[in-house]
Design a protein around this ligand. Structure first.
Ligand SMILES: [Ca+2]
Ligand SMILES: [Ca+2]
Length: 554
């Protein structure tokens, strides 16, 4: 739904390629041929966020591979009811490996060992190296020998209190959280082979990643669409000014948005109707083949829950959406632009609660939720989808639960995707300022063509409700950890804090416990330019409760 101009795709590819090149360079400590970078780029897009421990019973426990290796799920040759991971090296490269990006991090402060079971089809001795990346601390690794003999070797323990730094081999008692698990089997030699791994265990227990972390129960804004006729102008703004002058809307879309009652109205049954029609319509010097409506809520908020009960159209060529944009978006014609429009898309942040119709390879009942931020936008943003029952005929409740620490999307009260980047900074997490809800149906463009007999279609919306924290919830029994986020982390110049509750003090300590600063006002940021690189602790106090956040200054 965003301004996903096609020319940004090239830029994204270049940025992605650079990041991946740097990653690979760090992995191998030397430049590698370009074709490997392309393989890595391709596979990188397929990687799925996962959590430990890994027993391969879940088909999404799917490692990505690089350097000529490949990963697949298989069954245990000694136990047909046990799923295992199969790791294949073709022997073409010294450092063939496998990785998994973890949505829930490995925490070495909780347990500093990782264990696994290894199966060799051959009877040779092997080495397995586990490397942890994308952490609070530098990358670390531990290697273990698998004795000759073949078959299963169970409970091989990798002790990260005796790890080495991946970049120079310095021994280190590794600590902290890491979000990427990398496995090399017989790294450093060009030996082909097929191996099985199972029960990769860091001592943690799987959790429901889509469980919401903060319950928002205080209704702060709603429209139940109970007054038939025009859309309530105190709640909604009709956004009709095209965002690309002389062209129209983004993504090759073919509609004009109008403020006519033909395209949006409240019916006598209590539903907002957004109507997309096929008609020739000229506005702003542009003639389009479709009209529709795009509504901006005249209410913006930071953190909370949005519930929208709606029935959405599924016809080919239609692109219904329920979503939010930053109130600060610089987009002439948007409701908040003239007063607050300082920030370009995607730096303003975009949260797509529900989009339908632009995923041609998906089931007709597939809906997707996506985040657009400076790190990740257009083509392949962070997101996740689910399949609803009978979208065309059933009302569903589409929900967004946005806390300082995570954004969870729910369909009919059941979470199906959570965005929770390990490092929250302006590139991954512009979601610490006001957003506002948008409702619209776009036509054509990424949604493809309509059928020849298309006349018009309607999105029916029963209500839009926004909840925030209740007064009672900000009292003594809050879980402070979920209420305060610190970003960027690592930081070089400034550490920002965002919070939905009042703070009373922040104290910063070095790792030896020496108090470095105390703040009792202006809790929005801490200037850290003067501090040397390393780990520091922030002790944040609210209502006599404390939370400790580890921050890395580099
Ligand atoms: Ca298993
Ligand atoms: Ca209603």
């Amino acid at each position: 739904m965003s301004k996903a101009y096609f020319n940004v795709c090239k830029e994204i590819k270049n940025i992605t390629k650079y990041i991946i090149f740097e990653t690979i360079k760090n992995l191998f400590m030397k430049p590698i041929p370009a074709y490997l970078i392309l393989i890595f780029l391709f596979l990188n897009q397929l990687s799925l966020a996962q959590q430990m421990p890994l027993d391969f019973s879940d088909p999404t426990e799917n490692f990505s591979s690089f350097g000529g290796s490949s990963f697949s799920l298989n069954t245990d040759p000694e136990n047909p009811s046990n799923e295992v991971g199969q790791f294949f090296n073709d022997g073409s490269f010294y450092w063939q490996g496998f990785y998994l990006d973890l949505q829930r991090v490995i925490d070495l402060d909780f347990q500093n060992t990782i264990s696994l079971s290894f199966y060799g089809f051959d009877s040779n001795a092997h080495t397995v190296l586990i490397k942890l990346e994308n952490g609070q601390n530098p990358d670390v690794e531990v290697s273990q020998n698998i004795p000759a003999g073949g078959g299963w070797t169970n409970n091989v323990v990798f002790d990260f209190s005796q790890a080495v730094l991946a970049n120079d081999g310095t021994p280190v008692n590794a600590t902290g959280e890491y979000s990427k698990l990398v496995v090399f089997i017989d790294g450093g030699v060009t030996t082909a082979g097929t191996y099985l791994l199972d029960n990769i265990d860091d001592g943690s227990t799987e959790v429901n990643l889509n469980e919401i972390d903060v319950e928002y129960t205080n209704l702060v804004w709603e429209d139940q669409f109970e007054t038939p006729g025009v859309v309530n102008p105190s709640n909604w703004h009709h956004q009709t000014q095209v965002i690309i002058p002389g062209v129209g809307w983004a993504n090759g879309e073919e509609q004009h948005y109008t403020n006519r009652i033909d395209n949006s109205f409240v019916d006598t049954s209590g539903f907002l109707n957004i109507v997309a029609k096929q008609e020739t319509y000229t506005d702003q010097g542009l003639t389009k083949n479709y009209t529709s409506a795009r509504l901006n809520a005249k209410f913006a908020f930071t953190y909370g829950r949005v519930d929208v009960r709606a029935k959405i159209p599924v016809e080919a060529g239609t692109w219904p959406a329920i979503w939010t944009l930053g109130k600060n978006i610089n987009e002439p014609g948007a409701y908040w632009d003239s007063q607050y429009g300082t920030t370009s898309w995607p730096a303003c942040g975009e949260i797509d609660m529900m989009e339908h119709g632009i995923f041609p390879n998906q089931n007709i009942n597939y809906i997707k939720s996506s985040l657009h931020t400076p790190c990740c936008y257009a083509g392949n943003p962070n997101g996740g989808g689910t399949i609803a029952s009978d979208l065309e005929n059933d009302f569903h409740v589409y929900s967004l639960n946005w806390s300082p620490d995570q954004i969870t999307f729910l369909l009919d009260g059941v979470g199906y995707f959570t965005y929770n980047p390990f490092i929250k900074d302006d590139s991954t997490w512009p979601f610490y300022e006001d957003q506002f809800v948008l409702l619209n149906i776009a036509m054509g463009g990424l949604a493809g063509n309509t059928s020849s007999d298309f006349d018009q279609t309607t999105m029916l919306i029963d209500y839009v409700k926004i909840y925030q924290e209740g007064e009672l919830n900000t009292g003594a029994n809050i879980d402070l950890k979920d209420k305060v986020s610190v970003y960027p982390n690592p930081a070089s110049n400034v550490i920002n804090l965002s919070t939905s509750i009042p703070l009373s003090s922040i104290k910063m300590y070095d790792i030896f416990g020496k108090l470095l600063l105390t703040k009792e006002k202006n809790f929005t940021n801490i200037d850290v330019k003067a501090y040397t690189s390393g780990m520091y602790l922030l002790v944040i106090t609210s209502n006599n409760q404390e939370i400790i956040k580890k921050v890395l200054i580099n």
